[in-house]
Write a protein of this length. Sequence first.
Length: 270
Amino acid sequence: MTQKYENGNVILTLDDDLDLGLCLDCGQAFRWKYDESGCWSGVAHSQKLRVSQNGDTITFYDTTPEVFERVWSGYFDLNRNYRDIVALYTEENIKIACAKYPGIRILKQDEWEAICSFIISANNNIPRIKGIIERLCEGFGEDLGGAYSFPSAQRLSTLTVEDLAPLRAGFRAKYIIDAAQKIASGEVDIEKIKALPFDEAKAELLKIKGVGEKVAQCALLYGFGRVEAFPVDVWVKRILAELYPKGLPQCMYGTQGIAQQYLFHWRRNI
């Protein structure tokens, strides 16, 4: 990967697989929009971004090298070699999935945003999830100039379920408040979770109302960067039943979450 700074933009030339569309519109994150100019626009880690891709060249508009290194390099998991990981997947179905959809990566999102977003995602569909999160950010986030940050747990912990009524989040509103209060108070400690073994980290997240097995696995994978996490939804249940009734192949262990993204996207689109 080579990087240059030109006209206020950071421009990357890739030597590994990355497909912005696959990464930003596959159910990992809910704050990205694609426009007619060929750009994706979104907010992560309290930074707004426009980004586009032309083959192996990705342009990060109106950002600095410092912000790119501090935020976007990690967000797009650019320091992990995905080709090396994919080369370890020797089982036939995962090989087909990776060949069909090269460029999927695990986005490294803010831990609190991931927890809250996947609480909102429970028994919900993507357009509605995006709408609730957009209203949450506009109502309680920081104005970044044409976009809004994801509101902190501290900010939301001071609110009531009635305050969240404009979100139209339904039963999830009480779970959002519970999560915010537990994290703001330190009862569920994000910094502690980062350092815990996987099962202990998951157990901490399960203390939050509205966080079950799937939400905890999603938060660990997409927020905490625990690529051994393996969220199971209806599609993944089908994959396991149809392809792996005896369990995942050994070649996926340690990076099950990455394998899951390839399998999920492949199975959903065939």
